[in-house]
Design a protein around this ligand. Structure first.
Ligand SMILES: [Zn+2]
Length: 454
């Protein structure tokens, strides 16, 4: 479809198809969606349907045909397809979740579900995670409809339930029971990435997520001989389990540099004027991290696998040795790191303690060379020429894990330009979650440019 606006000199698409209306809608939709309380307390205690209906109405008004689907009544997902201009191109998935984590109103400066806009800032639960992105994507596709613009590829929009718990009512349900809605999708764009990270020295960074560690939540069980607490006992389940848990907690996991983390380290070093091959034998990684300053935080959690003991259950009376004891461990596994993780756990638990996966999700890694990553990077740097996009691997996970079952490679890309002093990480699930109106305007422009071109 013809776009009559002037072309940018780098022969990319026109600078903007977004109009004033799109910018205003991104702000209003963010505020409106925050006011629709979709708190996910876990265990099925959440109701996304009113937010899903809000989104679906706005998609339908733009000429799209949203499909609403539920595994559980009230836990609604919305999927719609935007037709692309190149029928031979593979489709692109753009996904955002509609649920939010709980917020204690007493702790907040404004009510967390007020969606209040004060001094150029939108306040409330979901302002960064991630009703802002849902709103920006909505605003962009509605602007395309007004301007008669088609993206290059078909774009499948998915607004999901239940990301903040198990995804069983959300992306997991969609991937398993409605895979046809994602026909042709090979790549996906989701949350956590492309926000400004003021890392101290030099240019602001825009970390683009190109990987996720896997989830390995473990249940440990020790069996032993039950008996009186006053008697000798060489098969005490509590002692056995405590020893295994202590070994796991104290274990120093070796550094394993994945492609994403290597690329991140290389780029961060080059921004400091250092030419470093992080994988070279003579590279002193600790010294390198020191030189990177606060930017080192982008890789510190993803240099290695991890396993943190979090729960311990044993016994029922002080003078009775129980026959078994149970503990839980939050394990996170690098892309390519699962075999080593399993072998290490076998060794650390030893012969007296059994372990199993209580919950298990794959690790992901997407290419950081090539066309797609290049366009994501260019789109951000185009609108913030001072900024520098860098790839990173997320320490935890998103809906991208579920969609990976459909062969979809995922990037985290929810662009926001944030002023210095604005700590994005601490607002994620934090108190006084909020987003500047200007940041949303920036995000709409970047998403428009990226999604049309991809
Ligand atoms: Zn999120």
């Amino acid at each position: 479809m013809a776009d009559m606006r002037p072309m940018h000199s780098t022969d990319g698409p026109a600078d903007e198809t977004v109009d004033r209306t799109a910018l205003d809608e991104a702000v209003r939709f963010t505020s409106d969606l925050i006011r629709i309380d979709t708190t996910n307390r876990g265990g099925g205690d959440c109701r996304e349907r009113p937010a899903a209906e809000y989104v679906a109405e706005r998609l339908a008004a733009a000429g799209l045909e949203p499909v609403l689907s539920e595994r559980t009544p009230g836990r609604t997902n919305v999927v719609a397809r935007v037709e692309g201009g190149d029928p031979s191109a593979e489709a692109l998935l753009v996904h955002g979740h509609l649920d939010v984590v709980p917020a204690e109103a007493a702790d907040w400066s404004v009510h967390p579900f007020s969606g209040e806009i004060r001094d150029g800032v939108v306040w409330g639960r979901g302002a960064v995670d991630m009703k802002n992105t849902d709103a920006m994507v909505l605003a962009v596709v509605r602007a395309w409809a007004r301007a008669g613009v088609k993206p290059r590829r078909d774009i499948v929009l998915a607004f999901t339930a239940d990301e903040e718990d198990s995804a069983i009512d959300g992306s997991g349900f969609l991937a398993d029971h409605h895979p046809h809605l994602f026909d042709g999708c090979t790549e996906g764009i989701g949350e956590s990435g492309a926000f400004t990270l003021h890392a101290g020295r030099g240019r602001p960074l825009y970390p683009i997520a190109a990987g996720e560690r896997g989830t390995a939540w473990l249940k440990l069980t020790a069996h032993g001989t039950a008996g009186h607490g006053s008697k000798p006992n060489r098969a005490n389940a509590v002692t056995r389990l405590a020893a295994a848990v202590a070994r796991i907690g104290a274990h120093e996991w070796p550094v394993r540099l994945t492609d994403t983390v290597t690329a991140c380290l290389t780029e961060l070093a080059s921004l400091q004027g250092l030419s470093v091959n992080p994988r070279a034998r003579d590279t002193d990684l600790d010294a390198l991290l020191d030189k990177l300053g606060p930017a080192a935080g982008l890789v510190e959690a993803t240099l290695r696998n991890s396993a943190n003991p979090t729960m311990f259950e044993a016994g029922y009376k002080l003078n009775v040795i129980p026959g078994h004891a149970t503990a839980y461990v939050d394990g996170r596994v690098l892309p390519g790191g699962e075999a080593e993780f399993i072998a290490t756990l076998d060794e650390l638990t030893g012969p007296d303690v059994r372990w199993e996966f209580h919950h298990r999700e794959v690790a992901l890694e997407a290419p950081v060379t090539g066309r797609t990553y290049g366009i994501l990077r260019e789109s951000v740097e185009h609108f913030d020429p001072e900024g520098r996009a860098v790839p990173f691997c997320m320490a935890g996970g998103t809906d991208a894990k579920q969609f990976s079952r459909l062969g979809i490679t995922g990037y985290g890309f929810s662009p926001l330009k944030l002023p210095p002093g604005y700590d994005y990480w601490s607002l994620f699930h934090g108190v006084d979650e909020r987003v500047p109106v200007d940041a949303l305007h920036f995000g709409v422009r970047v998403l428009d440019r990226a999604l049309r071109t991809l």
